[in-house]
Design a protein. Sequence first.
Length: 219
Amino acid sequence: MSACCSGGCSSTKPPVDPTYRRILWIALFVNAGMFGVELLSGWAAGSVSLLADAVDFFGDAANYAVSLFVLGLAPIWRSRTALVKGVTMGGYGFFVLAMSAWNLNAGTVPEASTMGKIGFLALAANVFVAILLFVYRNGDSNMRSVWLCSRNDAIGNVAVLLAAWGVFGTGAGWPDLLVATVMGVLGLSAARSVIAQARRELTSEAALVALRPDTTTTE
């Protein structure tokens, strides 16, 4: 069997896993709902880590929507989409770091009880989605980006809970800012991983296309 038949060429459309499609729809609705919850709660509590997590939920919902759109397309389009998603993840990381610096200068002290309650709800939502996506974590760059988003979200939610405990114990806002900074760095790290894999896939697919015989040339 040639490389093209195995799905390496850009003109080949991979079969769509109906289970994976259903999981993406579930993840889309969960993340869209949690975006609204965390956005309102973050503003009310004055928590930068909750607001950062809300932006992350919004980005993930958009990523799931895009992933559903490209699920049945040729591999080269899925890799290109993953590349765009990686850049978006990096932009999120920089946004969170900038927000942390802003709140540090403002000296805001968030409401610890709201942080704890919403952080726990967000953790439950992300662990649920991460469990559903776990089996697909070693797929192509598009699947990997989806898995990394869910994994990072769950880690971020645990960190938000720790920040709530820290704010409650110290009466200061630095635990919230510290967690937000860690979330920003984590977003940049995930973006680097997704971008690197997407670029490797695009390079490999371009090489395979270059090796294909020119069917328009007659002998």
